[in-house]
Design a protein around this ligand. Structure first.
Ligand code: AMP
Length: 505
């Protein structure tokens, strides 16, 4: 059997070759047949450039139909896809190119000169360009190629992609994902989230990350469904498109932005089957207000670059607010203490994961890989959480965000949840700031609602004092209009720590 992820996705392609695969904002459509033809062309260009199975193709382009075809063409040809966030500057691209030892770099047309210089002192023998409207040297070369291609035979453990972790400390690590990692996750999610004939996915996520590149795209393909492919998230546009879609995969700020739209109501969501959220914690207030306004309980799930989706709230049964649900079928999750013992329900500890979707290696970092796995094959996620007696997992935060105040540990989520419930607060981030005596002190950065009475720092600390021990009470409270987030909706606590450590200048 061919284990190539493309061959496995192809099992779900619709019988009608004219069925739409991509529907673009201007109404242009690509059918499944056209997708097969386009991906064949891209696969041919890459192979005729001299690449052989396992070679890396680094890609830094804007989101477009052509970019999706390029990704699929790569894996179809048995090449390893290495996406780079379009926001990355030259020195990051240089690092990825050299680290991945990429044979080809595909970049935006306006980056060509820079890309040539970078390629000059890397292993990349060829630089292609690809623009948002399908222009550039790659698309041009593809046009001359045949429209059929025999999908490369790949073993399950053949490399399909290298995804760099967003790591805020140290060098980004390249998680090596195999065809089996991708296909096992796609097959499980397709079944677990109950995809049905007629589903249409609204795709507003970036495609340099697991969430938009693999989860949304693979689920649609396995289901023979169309993607409404939008360049980026836009709440007003999303609201318009909900009438044509059935599934939205988003990150928490997307849902918060939708709630700011007065038109978000039961009627606007009548066509929708499922709203999925992940990549960062969903606020309880967002979950509740969304359910109240639309009748939909957002399904929150937990995943990461190294393993795709790991844990998810159920399709049927209770989607429990504040939790990320149960380990997906085939995935094992455990919460352990510092000695490696599995903890009793509701105790907070380190989350470890094992499953067929989990990567096996960081690219050319054998020691780092060994450090991150336990002897019995579990991956140390770096997240802290607790599992209740029913098996619902709650993420408390990243281990590196836990604040060590003297001998005591403070889990930011606990304090953030309490602050977020106070009147006039939108959300908060609790961080540790250095202290000469205790090592660190708790500080809170709070985004307040635009209107209405504004809580003061004193209001916040007095409210917390009724529920928490003194060492957990923020010694400083800072107010901001909004918390800094990266493209995947994650609050950038490293930026906050840096900013307020320097006195909040
Ligand atoms: P990334 O590798 O960029 O996808 O980031 C993975 C990290 O995002 C995880 O290790 C978690 O810390 C965080 N994350 C993902 N999903 C959730 C979620 N639903 N709730 C809280 N944190 C999440």
């Amino acid at each position: 059997m061919n284990e190539n992820i493309y061959a496995i996705l192809a099992r779900g392609f619709p019988q009608n070759p004219d069925a739409p695969f991509l529907i673009l904002p201007d109404g242009k459509r690509y059918s499944y047949q056209e997708m097969e033809q386009e991906t064949a062309r891209y696969a041919h260009v890459l192979i005729t450039s001299g690449l052989t199975q396992g070679d890396r193709v680094a890609v830094q382009v804007d989101k477009s139909a052509a970019a999706i075809f390029l990704y699929l063409g790569c894996v179809r040809a048995g090449l390893a896809y290495v996406p780079i966030n379009p926001e990355c500057q030259s020195e990051d691209v240089d690092y990825f190119l050299n680290d991945a030892d990429a044979a080809v770099l595909v970049c935006r047309p306006d980056f060509l000169e820079k890309a040539r210089q970078l390629a000059w002192h890397s292993a990349a023998s060829t630089v292609f360009t690809l623009g948002m409207d399908g222009e550039g040297s790659l698309a041009e070369a593809a046009r001359a190629q045949p429209t059929t291609f025999t999908t490369a035979r790949c073993a399950a453990d053949a490399l399909a992609a290298i995804m760099y972790t967003s790591g805020t400390t140290g060098r980004p690590k390249g998680a090596m994902l195999t065809h089996r990692n991708l296909s096992s996750n796609a097959l499980v999610l397709h079944a677990y989230w109950g995809f049905v004939v007629g589903d249409v996915i609204l795709h507003m996520l970036p495609i340099y990350h697991t969430h938009g590149l693999f989860v949304a795209t693979h689920c649609a393909m396995l289901n023979g469904s169309p993607l409404l492919l939008e360049p980026r998230f836009d709440a007003q546009r999303a609201l318009q498109l909900l009438a044509q879609a059935t599934v939205l995969m988003g990150v928490p700020p997307h849902y918060a932005a939708l709630l700011n739209e007065p038109g978000l109501n039961l009627e606007a969501c009548a066509h929708m089957r499922l709203f999925i959220s992940g990549s960062a914690p969903l606020l309880a207030s967002t979950f509740q207000e969304f359910r109240h306004r639309t009748g939909h309980a957002i399904l929150e799930r937990y995943g990461m670059t190294e393993g795709g989706m790991l844990v998810s709230n159920p399709l049927e049964g209770e989607r429990r607010c504040g939790t990320v649900g149960f380990p997906l079928p085939g995935v094992q999750a455990r919460v352990i203490d510092k000695q490696g013992r599995t903890l009793a329900p509701n105790q907070i500890g380190h989350i470890q994961i094992k499953g067929p979707n989990l990567f096996s290696c960081y690219w050319r970092m054998p020691q780092k890989t060994r450090d991150e796995f336990t002897p019995d094959g579990f991956f140390k996620t770096g997240d802290v959480g607790r599992m209740d007696a029913q098996g619902y997992l709650t993420i408390v935060g990243r281990f590196k965000d836990v604040i060590q105040v003297g001998e005591q540990e403070v889990y930011p989520k606990e304090i953030e949840t309490a602050i977020d419930l106070l009147p006039g607060v939108v959300e908060s981030a609790v961080i540790g700031l250095p202290d000469r005596i205790t090592g660190a002190n708790v500080a809170a950065v709070v985004a307040r609602k635009g209107t209405g009475p504004h809580p003061t720092a004193g209001d916040i600390t007095s409210a917390l004092k009724t529920a928490f021990a003194d060492f957990k009470i923020p010694k400083a409270v800072y107010f901001v209009d909004q918390l800094p987030r990266n493209g995947m909706g994650k609050v950038q606590k490293n930026l906050l720590r840096e900013h307020y450590r320097l006195g909040g200048l």
